[in-house]
Design a protein around this ligand. Sequence first.
Ligand SMILES: [Zn+2]
Length: 144
Amino acid sequence: MIPDQETSVSAVSTGGIPSCVLKSIVSHAVRRSPLEACGFIVRDGDFWSIHPVPNAARDPEREFVMEPQSQIDALGRVRGSGSDLFGTYHSHPKTPPVPSEKDLQLALYPDLLHLIVSLAEGEPEFGLWRITNRKGWTCAGFGA
Ligand SMILES: [Zn+2]
């Protein structure tokens, strides 16, 4: 999607997410492909983890909706552990790591970072995004 005027776009890094965490996200994405995979990225100091959540979208090849009960359970575990919620992740099996219109409409956590992993090319590509308003996203980083 084309960023609007209020959206600044800059390419930095993948937000300091360790490569082992990125690999876990890629492996979840590959397992679920051609459906989109989704979940949370959690940080507790130097310790990072992912919490996969089932995709309950009506068209899971083109969008994702976190299954509500699994989402609540995952968030409960995160809060119970005293960790920080770093962000969400989801995969784009066939398109670049850029938020879709649906992603923008359905984004539930505007304060979080949103990592998208694309499997469209041979090597996984990542885009890290922050919603700036209901019309646009700020890119916080790209990587591969
Ligand atoms: Zn998406």
